[in-house]
Design a protein around this ligand. Structure first.
Ligand SMILES: [Zn+2]
Length: 181
């Protein structure tokens, strides 16, 4: 209970920071441009699940023309491993999230690459769709541990592509938990 509340409070804090960031950057992105010029670079880091982070970045890059995830730089998507509390993302604006991958989710049989790709999806503006359908990356843990799909479906990829084409309107989300408990 207390942990949940703490996560909620933290999420609100992150969300507030995200709104500030969005305001600062919105004027710079107002001018329309040719599709190829719209590709926005988002830097990420991974202190844990490093190989999965690189693979997930490749997956997203290959499906979203307007996005270019690059490791390094001043990372706004930051991935770390943790023990307990659930795999989760704290979105802080479009292309921004603090992500924890829970080793316990992986031990329980959830596919690590799918979790990482899913949590990055939150950093790219997607909400959860806990519909139990494996072809949705954002169905997360609702699709069960047997689901090893690591690719966003066309609907999810198109949504992210639209978000990155349209500037900086973001999902101001509350903290996400991969496996709802
Ligand atoms: Zn999620």
């Amino acid at each position: 209970m207390t942990g949940k509340l703490l996560r909620l409070v933290t999420g609100v804090l992150f969300t507030s920071l995200a709104l500030v960031g969005a305001n600062l950057t919105s004027t710079a992105s107002a001018a329309p441009a040719a599709p190829s010029a719209l590709a926005r670079t988002v830097y990420y880091s991974a202190s844990g699940y490093s190989a999965e982070a690189d693979q997930a970045a490749q997956i997203w890059n290959s499906r979203v023309p307007n996005l270019r995830l690059v490791r390094g730089g001043n990372a706004t998507i930051r991935i770390a491993a943790t023990n307990g509390g659930g795999s989760r993302a704290y979105p802080c604006g479009l292309g921004c999230a603090t992500i924890y991958i829970d080793n316990r989710d992986v031990s329980a049989g959830n596919y690590a690459l799918r979790i990482v790709a899913h949590e990055i999806g939150h950093g790219l503006g997607l909400p959860d769709t806990y519909n139990g359908i494996c072809s949705y990356l954002m169905s997360g843990g609702s699709a069960g541990t047997s689901c090893r799909n690591v690719n966003p479906n066309a609907q999810e990829a198109n949504r992210v592509n639209q978000l990155f084409a349209g500037g900086f309107q973001s999902l101001a989300g509350t903290p996400d938990v991969y496996v709802k408990g």
